[in-house]
Design a protein around this ligand. Structure first.
Ligand SMILES: *Cc1c(COP(=O)(O)O)cnc(C)c1O
Length: 389
């Protein structure tokens, strides 16, 4: 059997036909397909506004900008994430306040959030990440936000679809941002979506994603301006989504629940097979919540095996199984470490799990035979290197 890549998207004839239709229509950039994708997305989440952008990073930037984050402000977030979550804070001249994660879900630690809120009165926003596709404790986070009068923007790059207390992620925070990068749960190649129920935020994001051009003058019913007229009200960005990307999104979104079912099936299969070997399977904190299973992250029991996590990954690759690590925590990266004087001991849980975690392939395109192969390779490698005491 050939190499099993760590991730692969699942696209079908519907996506291809839609892209061809878009190309033939002559309208390649933001237009009717993007509008349709946005409308469908509002219904999927159950939210007033959905604004398509060309990446989640762009969406996170626009979200914080709309929340009024600027120099002197602080944003609380987790170290156990991709750098995009935190870099957007720096785009606006604000500073992150990094906190550790919870040992079970690897989601942002709510006690640490509260401590940071008390010690940093400049905090304007809490920015949780739904790690691997398991919801952060949104009940507690929204309570803290209310108590300390701060806003919440969710990095939901892993969380479509994810639920918390029977509500879809996107219906909790002030603003929520999803990613459609090629290896995410649904994809447009590159792309993202920002959702909100707030009229002002939606208006600002809609304007800033396209050069700060105000749409108000385009209202053909109220405007007396000629059709070529437009007004720039701020130095905006170029973050709009193309109709080619939206063509993929329209069909990917329709399949989102079905794709989740297959990832969950694979995850449960792994969970069942990986008992009695030196690893820990991912912990499910709340069994009633839907987990998107974007990532399936195991923790190696390094005390019970004779190889490192690095060697384990190399052996798996030699045997034809691609893996990844989510994430190299931000306090291990030179920029974040030096700019904010971060120490490994400041984030004991993230530091500890970093040396043990491995993300295994878990995507709907995997065949049952490929899932079987991942299981047998993981089992045999760990049993072969098990320390006998
Ligand atoms: C992928 C990812 C992003 C960035 O998404 P892009 O669409 O590539 O900009 C942000 N945060 C997290 C947690 C991610 O996994």
């Amino acid at each position: 059997m050939s190499f099993i890549p760590y991730a692969l998207p699942l696209t079908g004839d519907e996506e291809i036909a839609e892209v061809v239709d878009t190309i033939q229509s002559g309208w390649l950039t933001t237009g009717p397909k993007t509008k349709k994708f946005e409308t469908n997305f509002t219904k999927f989440v159950g939210v007033k506004y959905a604004l398509a952008v060309n990446s989640a990073t762009a969406g996170l930037h626009l979200g914080l900008e709309a929340l009024g984050v600027g120099p002197g402000d602080k944003v609380i977030t987790t170290v156990h994430t991709f750098t995009a979550t935190a870099e957007v804070i720096r785009y606006l001249g604000a500073d992150p306040v990094f906190v550790d994660i919870e040992g079970d879900s690897f989601n942002i630690d709510c006690d640490a959030i509260e401590k940071a809120l008390i010690t940093h009165p400049e905090v304007k926003v809490i920015l949780p990440v739904h790690y691997a596709g398991q919801s952060a404790n949104m009940t507690r986070i929204m309570k803290l936000a209310k108590q300390y009068n701060v806003k919440v923007m969710e990095d939901a790059a892993h969380a479509i679809p994810t639920t918390h207390n029977n509500k879809v992620i996107g219906t909790f925070g002030d603003i929520t941002v999803y990613s459609f990068y090629a290896n995410k749960t649904i994809t447009t190649g590159e792309g993202g979506m920002v959702v909100t129920n707030n009229d002002e935020y939606a208006k600002r994001i809609g304007c800033m994603r396209l050069h700060g051009i105000s749409k108000d003058v385009f209202d053909r019913f109220t405007s007396t301006k000629p059709s070529w007229h437009y007004e720039v009200i701020a130095p905006g960005f170029k973050y709009n989504m193309t109709d080619i990307a939206a063509s993929l999104g329209i069909h990917q979104l329709k399949k989102a629940w079905k794709l989740q079912e297959r990832r969950q099936e694979i995850a449960y299969r792994y969970n069942n097979e990986f008992s009695n070997i030196p690893l820990k399977v991912p912990l499910i904190v709340n069994k009633d919540d839907v987990h998107s299973w974007h990532l399936y992250v195991i923790q190696l029991d390094l005390e019970a095996i004779s190889i490192s996590r690095e060697r384990f990954i190399d052996i798996l690759a030699e045997k034809g199984v691609g893996t990844s690590v989510h994430y190299i925590p931000l306090h291990f990266h030179p920029y974040w470490k030096d700019a904010y004087d971060l120490k490994e001991t400041d984030f004991p849980i993230s530091t500890n799990i970093f040396s043990r975690i491995v993300s295994l392939p878990n995507y709907p395109k995997m065949t049952d035979e490929q899932v079987d192969k991942v299981i047998s390779v993981v089992k045999s490698v760990l049993l072969e290197h098990k320390i006998h005491v």
